[in-house]
Design a protein around this ligand. Structure first.
Ligand SMILES: [Zn+2]
Length: 158
């Protein structure tokens, strides 16, 4: 059996009065991500980790932010397409572990819903996707609430 690990990282700038979408769900907040798509930084990191594990380039290669096709797109669609790409190469999804880095708001009450939402889109068990959140102790662009970052690692098997 082949086992492959993949890693993904994404950052978006925050802007006042925009939707904040994380892990496929809307989070009530005064700021949201500035992006070509819905700015779901967690899904973007997850897609890059999935693609990386299958050595299939990155999210910008498959879904360029210069394309009108992906303007304001629901990132859940990108995630489903990403899963289709790796499945077409014969890969099975084993698990993912992810971390969202943000100062505010507290997202712990939304973690379960994010896991369920991602699992449904990816057609996997919610148990196979871990979502964690951390602050950066007010340091850096995350700490000043200028941006949100997300990290993801994924294991694929064949
Ligand atoms: Zn992104």
């Amino acid at each position: 059996m082949k086992i492959r690990v993949g890693y993904g990282y994404d950052v978006h700038k925050l802007g006042n009065g925009l939707r904040l979408v994380l892990g496929g769900i809307d989070i009530p907040h005064t700021k949201g991500c500035i992006a070509h798509s819905d700015g779901d930084v967690l899904i973007h990191a997850l897609c890059d980790a999935i693609l990386g594990a299958a050595n299939l380039r990155d999210i910008g290669f498959h879904f360029p932010d210069t394309s009108a096709d992906f303007e304001n797109i629901d990132s859940k669609i990108l995630l489903r397409k990403t899963m289709d790409l790796v499945k077409a190469e014969g890969w099975d999804f084993a698990n993912a572990d992810t971390t969202i880095c943000l100062e505010k708001p507290k997202v712990k009450d939304f973690i379960g819903k994010m896991q369920e939402t991602l699992a449904e889109v990816m057609d996997i068990d919610a148990d196979a996707i871990s979502v964690k959140a951390t602050t950066t102790e007010t340091l850096g662009f995350v700490g000043t609430q200028d941006g949100i970052a997300a990290h993801a690692v994924v294991l694929l098997t064949k």
